[in-house]
Design a protein around this ligand. Structure first.
Ligand code: ZN
Ligand code: ZN
Length: 241
């Protein structure tokens, strides 16, 4: 059986390693290649990966790294000519930004190494969504913002102060629209950007924004958008003739 295709998160990790190696160091016996192979086997991304006996083994990781060689214009040799479209996309997006790449790679790595969190990740639905930062960091964001105790405290506080639960972006109020059915309903969004949300930082109530389901989906369609930016986007869009 063929191994499942590489996911964006895996490619981010591989490209990060690629930027640290000389072409001659790309082979299955290199300790860093072996370490990446171990890490990829820990990532809670591909369910059922245990059934592939050579899932992301050092050979496979070496091949993927050589594949970056073939995409890399700064390398005069040929590398492997077997490029997947996503390899090139990730390469083009991050190759010139090693710092950004390093931050994302280390966040993904930390998540994968936290067994408690990693074991819960597969339970978070991924809603047919892909973030620039990869699936794992996106899932982690969803996991953090759906902490039901915190969400409840946030809602209680806002209810106490304002007397209603309104979307912070568009002011939609479920209770006034749907009556009793909508009472107490609103979603929580974590304001801290995916690439900055680390495990040491505890969520404060001010990190959470209350948003309606539509605005929440729009925020997650473009992870670079903040609450304030989505607000002004709606305003600008309404003002257009
Ligand atoms: Zn809204
Ligand atoms: Zn969110």
């Amino acid at each position: 059986m063929r191994n499942p295709p590489w996911h964006r998160d895996e490619l981010i990790l591989a490209l990060d390693l690629y930027t640290q190696l000389e072409p001659g160091q790309i082979h299955a016996r290199n300790a860093k290649v072996i370490a990446l192979s171990d890490l990829l086997n820990k990532l809670p991304i591909h369910s059922g990966k245990e059934s592939f006996k050579d899932f992301r083994n050092p050979n496979g990781v070496g091949l993927k790294l050589s594949n970056f060689l073939s995409i890399d214009d700064t390398y005069p040799g040929k590398g492997m000519q077997r490029g997947a479209k996503l390899d090139k996309e990730v390469f083009d997006e991050f190759f010139g930004k090693p710092d950004e790449l390093r931050v994302l790679a280390s966040r993904i790595k930390n998540l994968a190494e936290n067994e408690e969190v990693a074991s819960k990740m597969p339970e978070v639905e991924d809603e047919d969504f892909s973030a620039k930062e990869g699936k794992l960091l996106f899932k982690y964001h969803r996991y953090r913002e759906r902490d039901s105790k915190l969400a409840k405290r946030k809602k209680d506080r806002v209810l106490n102060i304002k007397g209603k639960l309104e979307c912070e972006v568009c002011e939609f109020d479920f209770a006034s629209e749907y009556g009793d059915l909508g009472n107490g309903f609103i979603e929580c969004h974590h304001r801290v950007p995916l690439s900055e949300l680390d495990q040491e930082r505890e969520t404060r109530l001010d990190d959470l924004a209350l948003v309606c389901a539509n605005c929440h989906r729009m925020l997650h369609r473009n992870t670079a958008l903040s609450i304030e930016e989505l607000k002004s986007l709606i305003r600008d869009n309404k003002n257009e003739p």
